[in-house]
Design a protein around this ligand. Structure first.
Ligand code: MN
Length: 247
């Protein structure tokens, strides 16, 4: 199982989440929302190859944490994965839009200088601006759009930009989300939970709840849950390889 976007450090007991993921055999990309959270979060999963701790600065915190860009650059050489980063065009975050762009551009520039990273990207109400930034920094690495909610036209453009997509059960249960997923080539899809911010049966989700996303993908694709799991695992392998080869 693969959970490509989970906020392990935002659970009340992160250690238990990591232990559970190991026992259940889930590969987790443990994303962070501030650069200063990275050392502690990555320390939770030291010597655990199945848990990758991504270095992030969430667009929602861009104004508050722009001063941490130096910390971001300091830790960047130690990571393969970057996230959660991106832009958010929601009305309440519009007042500091220019700061969001400044932060995201800085991150992409740093990733380019560092030789590229795999990026877990937030693009709510900001699909086109995110793609513009990515176009400005073609060497930043491999973009993975998490919980994509743009239009089908935005999706076509994102695919043209070489984006990958991580999809979870909320996206896979909404009509619009399912329509988008059906248009994404199977070779560009990975699974995620965005836990603990998503719920399953009224309780916060855990990385292993990604089984639900696997099942829903299987319904869309008309294949078994096992086939979905195998395909997504193959995709992860290719995603990691594409960073190494630059293809
Ligand atoms: Mn998230």
């Amino acid at each position: 199982m693969i959970d490509l976007h989970c906020h392990v450090d935002l659970f009340p007991k992160p250690r238990e989440v990591i232990d559970g993921a190991i026992v259940k055999g889930v590969f987790v990309v443990s994303v962070t929302t501030t650069p200063s959270a990275w050392p502690g979060t990555s320390g939770l999963a030291q010597c655990v190859p199945e848990i990758e701790t991504a270095l992030g600065l969430h667009p929602q915190l861009a104004l508050e944490r722009i001063s941490e860009l130096g910390i971001f650059d300091l830790h960047l050489p130690k990571v393969t994965w970057v996230g959660e980063v991106g832009l958010d065009g929601s009305p309440e975050l519009r007042p500091f839009w220019s700061t969001q762009v400044k932060v995201f551009e800085h991150i992409l520039r740093s990733c380019s200088s560092a030789g590229g990273r795999i990026l877990s990207i937030h693009s709510r109400r900001a699909a086109l601006p995110v793609l513009d930034c990515l176009k400005n920094h073609p060497d930043a690495g491999v973009p993975v759009l998490h919980w994509f909610s743009g239009t089908t036209r935005d999706l076509e453009l994102a695919l043209g930009c070489g984006c990958w997509f991580s999809v979870g059960s909320p996206m896979l249960t909404s009509k619009k989300g399912r329509e988008l997923v059906a248009r994404i080539p199977r070779s560009r899809i990975l699974t995620e939970t965005d836990a603990p911010f998503t719920e399953i049966n009224g309780r916060p989700s855990y990385p292993w709840d990604v089984v639900l996303a696997e099942h829903l993908l299987g319904e869309i694709w008309g294949v078994s849950d096992e086939e979905v799991r195998a395909l997504v695992a193959e995709n992860l392998w290719k995603l990691q390889g594409s960073l190494r080869t630059g293809s």
